[in-house]
Design a protein around this ligand. Sequence first.
Ligand code: AHR
Length: 320
Amino acid sequence: MRLHLIGGALLALVASCGGGETAEQGTGSSKTMVVGFAQLGAESNWRTAETRSVQDEAQRRGVELKFADAQGQQENQIRALKGFVGMNVGAILLAPKTETGWDNVLADVRKKNIPVVLLDRGVKVADESLYTTLIASDFVEEGRKAATWLVGATGGKCRLVELQGTVGSAPAIDRQKGFLEVLAQHPGMEVILSQTAEFGLAKGKEVMEAFLKAKPKEIQAVYAHNDDMALGAIQALEAAGLKPGVDVLVVSIDGGKPAFEAMAAGKLNCVVECSPLLGPLAFDALERLQRGETLPKRIVVEDRVFTAAEAAAELPNRKY
Ligand code: AHR
């Protein structure tokens, strides 16, 4: 049985236990928490790390995780949510591809009183009570941090290109917003081309090649909404005979190992961290619900900024 009250989520998580049956856990006889995770896909190194973090943490805590990879399609994510309702899971973790299009399915989930924790990306819904909490970085702030670094590195004068993330996704919208907010105070900073490369390395390379063709000799910097696109852009710059990090500055967001390696090699100048290691936070949140606590609507993950000068020393500490 599930209750409507937030405190009732405790009962929901325990009582659901795989369709109301008792699942044996280890040698004990306690009921196993069953959680559905609707992941949007595996478009980046970051997302693979997020999936691993959630799976590892579920295993560590003895949670039965029902995992659905939507392979980049929102329809698949919606189908997965409906499937989780059918399986009578105790809670759902959702990493939504885009901000919109969730009202109906989340209303269906709510009818069954299954708590939904949004992981890493937010949604725009008419009724915010359709989800319990959002655990994510502040993407607008990340965009501001990237812009602030670039303004400092260029003395406020630069012709740059932007590689955007997936159209309609919270990180693409917010990282552009924060970036442009800072640029608005620096008239010498000009975005001369901007296009989506869908958070992917191959696409990042392809779009950067097109940018270089459209504006040869004009591009002084690249702002990429994630590491993978920055790494693709670096490949395109090198193929064009340019030195990334020197002839063209590169700044990205995520801060994964491959980006730190590129920074240590002098090809990438700055990364704004965005941690994908959300598994522990996600299950902490679900356990708090189990204890009957009310969660804040937003749990913000703190991020740092790293420059090339710090890359070699930081590299051994990177966990993704
Ligand atoms: O939602 C977080 C973003 O999604 C990451 O920055 C990006 O790499 C990913 O695919």
